[in-house]
Structures are given as structure tokens and as C-alpha cells.
Design a binder for this molecule. Structure first.
Ligand code: NI
Length: 183
């Protein structure tokens, strides 16, 4: 991989509030280069997910992966963690449909709000579809943390950040304090 590590936009920057544009041509060299750079950034930051607006590009591209439970120190925050994880996935123009009305309250954090976390409601199960970087359409079913990650990242493409969805403002704060007092 030859990507460059990109700078991440912080909450307050207007690019994080834009509705991103659909990618028209997946094979466009600029799109492919952006994907390489986003992959390098995810590896470097060792994070769960990254959406293109977070690197100042308002296009509908998301990268995410879910580590195996045993490799992820955050697993204790996510009781419905997928034990097998999800491999590194590049999603272009992703969409999802909830599979039921069931919602779960989950703690989230985001690279664009470093050091903070908050509790939000997410659909427990969903089906999602996207175009991969080779231009093929893929479709998957997700539950629990996997579904939560897809929703968080898709929200970025619509200019939504997790604090917009807090159920209770008191369930929002500095990660270090919340981890100390609640887990
Ligand atoms: Ni985020």
C-alpha cells in the first residue's frame, strides 16, 4: 500500500457538516488514490472507521474494520461485539436498511472528537450495500457493534456526528473519566 497518512478534520470544521456527494466513477485515479490514503490513515491511527469527509473530502466513501474481540481493548464497551470481527472494508456510496425496530444504546467515540465519548441509540440489525473499489456491489447483514459502526460511518456522509444523536447530554464526556467511573 502506498497511501499517505491524512490529517483528520475536527468537529467544528464545516466539511463534517456537509452532505457528501456520491462517487460517480470508482475507477477515477483520484478516487483510488484517496482510498489508498484513507487506508494508510486507518492503519496508522489503528481506528475502527474513517469517512472521506473526515479527511476533508465530501465524497461518499467509508473505510472500516472490526478487530476480533481478543485484539480489541474496547470490547468491554460493546457487549454485542462480533467475536470474529470484520475485515478491512472499503465502501463507496453505502446504504443500509434496518432489519427490525430493535434499538440498542451504545457508547461511541470518533476521530473527529478526540478524547470524548457519548451514548447513542442505534439500530441493532441491518442490511447494508455498497460498491467496492473494484466497482462491484456487495451486500451484508450486520448486528450489534458491526451494525453500529456502519451507522456511525454512514452518518458522516450526511454531515451527522454522534453527539447529534445523544439520548441524554449527561451521557457525554471525556473518555478517560467515563471509563474510570462506569466500566
Ligand atoms: Ni466518526
Amino acid at each position: 500500500m502506498t497511501g499517505r497518512v491524512l490529517r483528520v478534520a475536527q468537529m467544528g470544521h464545516p466539511v463534517l457538516r456537509e452532505v457528501s456527494q456520491a462517487v460517480e466513477d470508482v475507477s477515477d485515479p483520484e478516487v483510488q488514490r484517496l482510498i489508498d490514503d484513507m487506508l494508510a490513515t486507518v492503519q496508522y491511527l489503528n481506528c475502527t472507521g474513517l469517512a472521506a469527509p473526515q479527511v476533508f473530502v465530501p465524497l461518499r466513501i467509508v473505510i472500516f474494520r472490526i478487530l476480533k474481540t481478543s485484539d480489541n481493548p474496547a470490547y468491554r464497551l460493546t457487549p454485542q461485539y462480533d467475536p470474529e470481527g470484520v475485515p478491512l472494508t472499503v465502501m463507496i456510496n453505502p446504504t443500509f436498511t434496518p432489519l427490525s425496530d430493535e434499538m440498542t444504546s451504545v457508547w461511541e467515540s470518533c476521530l473527529s472528537l478526540p478524547s470524548l465519548m457519548g451514548k447513542v441509540a442505534r439500530h441493532h440489525s441491518l442490511q447494508y450495500s455498497f460498491v467496492n473499489r473494484d466497482g462491484q456491489t456487495e451486500s451484508r447483514i450486520a448486528h450489534g457493534f458491526h451494525a453500529q459502526a456502519v451507522q456511525h460511518e454512514c452518518d458522516h456522509l450526511d454531515g451527522i456526528l454522534y453527539p447529534d444523536k445523544l439520548e441524554d447530554i449527561k451521557e457525554f464526556g471525556f473518555r478517560e473519566e467515563i471509563l474510570k467511573s462506569r466500566f
